[in-house]
Design a protein around this ligand. Structure first.
Ligand code: DOR
Ligand code: ZN
Length: 333
C-alpha cells in the first residue's frame, strides 16, 4: 500500500536561520515542495533586503525542489508604500500582536483602532495580498484564541476583500467564523489536530508538545478533526513547525518541531479515519489555490514501513521523539 501526494505544501513554517537551516530545510524539503516561511527571526524580516537574503540562504540548502514563499513581519512603522514595494517579493504579511508568541516583541500593540495599521490593510486589500494572523489576546491562556474572535470579525468586515488566515487554529470557538466571514480562512497544524493538553501535561511534562497557541481540550481536537475530515474548503495544512534548541526548550520556549514527522503522522491519521483521499486537498491543493503558487512539480510517496523517530535532529527534540510511526516517506522526487 502506497500514498502519492502531488507537491505537498506547508502553509506555515519556521525554519530559523544560520546553522539550524542545515537541519530544518532538509527536514521539510524531503516532504514538501514548498512552504510559507515565517518571518520571526531575530531581528524579524521587515524589509526587502533581509527577506531576499533569507530566501537565498534557504534555497542554497533546499535546491530547486523546495520553493520558500516569503512573508513580511509587520511592525508599527510599516507604511502602505513599504508593502506596495514588496509586490512579487512576498506571498503574505504576518501579523503577530506584540507579546503573543516567540519573537513577537516588535509586533503591533493596538489593532482595530490603529490608523496606520488600517492604512496598511487597505493597501494589502487592493493588492490582494493575504494577511496571516497569530490570533491570541492577553487573556487566560486557554481563552486567548476565542477572545480574539471579535478582532478577526472586525478586520474581516472592515476589509471584505482582504483574505485573512487564522493561523494554527486550535480553538473550536473560532470555527464558526469560517462560515460567517467569506474572507476568513485557517491553517491547522499536526499537533492541534492530533493532540490535546494530556499530551503536554497529562503525565511527565513534555516540553516538545508546548507551543502557542497551546494545544487545548479533547473537544477542540475533535472539532478540528471533524472539519478537516469533512474537507472544509477554507482550511489547509500549516505545520507551524517551530524548532528550539534543547536548552531553550528547557527554559520554556514555545514551539513544536514537527517537520520531520508531518506526512507520516498525517498519513496515519487519515488512514485511521478511512479518509486518505482527503490528504491531497488539505496538504496542497487548497493552499496552492489560496496563495496562487507555482510549485515545483513533485510526487512524494509514502509506504507502510515502521520507523522510530530519532530523539534529536541537530540538537532539537522533534514531536513524537523516540516513538514508532507506521508510514514512511520513501521518495520525494
Ligand atoms: O509556539 C510557537 N512558536 N508559536 C508561534 O506562533 C511561534 C513559534 C516560534 O516561532 O517559536
Ligand atoms: Zn508560527
Amino acid at each position: 500500500m502506497q500514498i502519492e501526494l502531488k507537491s505537498p505544501f506547508d502553509a506555515h513554517l519556521h525554519l530559523r536561520d544560520g546553522a539550524m537551516l542545515e537541519t530544518t530545510v532538509p527536514a521539510s524539503a524531503e516532504q514538501f515542495a514548498g512552504a510559507i516561511v515565517m518571518p520571526n527571526l531575530q531581528p524579524p524580516l521587515t524589509d526587502r533586503h533581509t527577506i531576499d537574503s533569507y530566501r537565498a540562504r534557504i534555497e542554497a540548502i533546499g535546491g530547486e525542489s523546495f520553493a520558500p514563499a516569503m512573508t513580511l513581519f509587520l511592525t508599527p512603522s510599516h507604511t502602505p508604500a513599504d508593502i506596495e514595494a514588496l509586490k512579487g517579493v512576498i506571498s503574505a504579511v504576518k501579523l503577530s500582536p506584540a507579546g503573543s508568541t516567540t519573537h513577537s516583541e516588535k509586533g503591533l500593540h493596538d489593532l482595530v483602532n490603529n490608523h496606520s495599521f488600517m492604512a496598511v490593510l487597505e493597501a494589502m486589500e487592493a493588492m490582494d495580498l493575504p494577511l496571516c494572523v497569530h490570533g491570541e489576546t492577553g487573556d487566560f491562556v486557554l481563552d486567548r484564541e476565542a477572545a480574539f474572535a471579535p478582532t478577526y470579525r472586525a478586520l474581516a468586515r472592515r476589509f471584505p476583500k482582504l483574505r485573512i488566515v487564522m493561523e494554527h487554529l486550535g480553538s473550536r470557538a473560532l470555527l464558526p467564523l469560517l462560515d460567517e466571514q467569506p474572507n476568513l480562512y485557517a491553517t491547522v497544524t499536526l499537533h492541534h489536530l492530533l493532540l490535546d493538553l494530556d499530551a503536554l501535561l497529562g503525565g511527565m511534562l513534555r516540553p516538545e508538545c508546548f507551543c502557542k497557541p497551546v494545544i487545548k481540550t479533547p473537544a477542540d481536537r475533535e472539532a478540528l478533526q471533524k472539519v478537516v475530515l469533512d474537507a472544509h474548503p477554507k482550511i489547509f495544512f500549516g505545520s507551524d513547525s517551530a524548532p528550539h534548541p534543547q536548552a531553550d526548550k528547557a527554559r520554556g520556549a514555545a514551539g513544536i518541531f514537527s517537520a520531520p514527522v508531518v506526512l507520516p503522522a498525517l498519513a496515519g491519521f487519515f488512514e485511521q479515519h478511512d479518509a486518505l483521499d482527503r490528504m491531497q486537498p488539505f496538504l496542497s491543493d487548497r493552499a496552492r489555490d489560496f496563495y496562487r503558487l507555482d510549485l515545483p512539480d513533485r510526487t512524494v510517496r509514502l509506504k507502510k514501513d515502521p520507523w522510530r523517530v530519532p530523539v534529536s535532529y541537530g540538537g532539537v527534540t522533534p514531536l513524537f521523539s523516540g516513538e514508532r510511526l507506521i508510514w514512511r516517506v520513501v521518495d520525494g522526487a
